[in-house]
Design a protein around this ligand. Structure first.
Ligand SMILES: [Zn+2]
Length: 338
């Protein structure tokens, strides 16, 4: 089949996105607008220059650039508008359900009250569903580089605000120098309150970080987790316990977590039977979209329409959507695939 046929097929396919960051989804126009409002920031105000600004030399540089964009989001209106834009952009790609990772702590320490933050994202969530039919849910993640105070702050916002869309608890940022186990009490409290556990692990460090995330944080899904490909025993464990990896191929190449797309471990993981979903992470920063990530995965795995459809089904099954919601979305996919 011609590639353009697959591109059209992917575009129309109803999809679930399980690993996409709120701030990291801000498009160049939105970032440039924010930069113009806050001229003390190093972020360029010209969308054309942002492509260069978003060219990362390594993972540490990526985090530095990411934080400079976080610094641009300073009030509840910024939060609301960004969230609404992210939702509409997902809807345009026919993403019908998305678990969006929010990092409320980084906004709260910049002076946005937790109540105002949660009201802003909830208002945007309701508007996105009203205007597009796309359902959004939230993962509140700890910015790991800010340590225990960030974990306590994130947990406090999650449990005391408990916005309707909140479904899971996560951990992002660098892995080197940020041991997973230090956050065990925070994840235990979040899980006791009914939130799912979906930390990042095994993106920039080895398989042990994934083991730590499972053992100490009760991980039900792993953000990235590509390091598992180097550890057959761990892959077996993931299969046996149905712990899925949220794989974001282009992101891994941009941050240096994988040396190239050709050398990406996705085929190894799939060959071992590890449950995976395909996701976009911080799409504009990596000049990608979820549609493009599906095309990349199809290429890496040699998939036809049926294989691509199975990728979409897998994401729905691995999602934290309730059973009726999952069944409805799977039925939509089946109807499309006929
Ligand atoms: Zn991520």
């Amino acid at each position: 089949m011609a590639t353009s046929d697959l591109t059209d097929y992917i575009a129309g396919l109803p999809k679930a996105e399980l690993h996409v960051h709120h701030v990291g989804s801000a498009g160049p126009e939105a970032v440039a607008r924010l930069a113009a409002r806050h001229p003390d920031s190093p972020v360029p105000t010209d969308p054309a220059l942002l492509a260069d600004y978003f060219r990362f030399t390594d993972f540490a540089h990526f985090i530095e650039v990411y934080v400079s964009v976080v610094d641009l989001i300073r009030d509840a209106t910024d939060i609301h508008d960004l969230t609404y834009d992210v939702g509409v952009d997902l809807a345009r790609q026919n993403v019908r359900y998305a678990e969006v990772t929010l990092t409320p702590y980084t906004s709260v320490i910049r002076g946005i009250a937790p109540e105002a933050y949660c009201e802003a994202v909830e208002a945007a969530r309701v508007e996105v569903e009203r205007d597009t039919g796309t359902v959004l849910r939230w993962c509140f993640d700890i910015p790991g580089e800010l340590g225990i105070p960030a974990a306590e702050g994130t947990l406090d916002i999650a449990l005391n605000q408990r916005p309707d869309g909140l479904i899971s608890f996560g951990l992002g940022g660098p892995e080197i120098g940020v041991p997973r186990e230090q956050f065990a009490p925070h994840f235990a409290a979040a899980r006791a309150a009914g939130l799912h556990s979906a930390p990042h692990a095994g993106e920039t460090t080895g398989p042990q970080t994934i083991r730590d995330a499972i053992e100490h944080l009760g991980a039900q899904r792993i953000g990235h987790g590509i390091a598992a490909a180097a550890d057959p025993q761990l892959m077996e464990y993931l299969v046996e316990h149905d712990i899925a990896l949220e794989v974001c191929p282009t992101s891994n190449v941009c941050t240096g977590a994988a040396p190239s797309l050709d050398a990406h471990p996705l085929p190894t993981l799939v060959a071992a039977g590890v449950p995976i979903s395909i996701n976009s992470d911080d799409p504009p920063m990596f000049s990608t979209t979820l549609l493009h990530e599906y095309a990349v995965a199809a290429d890496l795995l040699g998939l036809d329409r049926a294989g691509i459809t199975d990728l979409a089904r897998a994401a729905v099954r691995q999602s934290f959507l309730d059973a009726p919601g999952r069944a409805a979305l799977l039925a939509e996919i089946d109807a499309y695939a006929l």
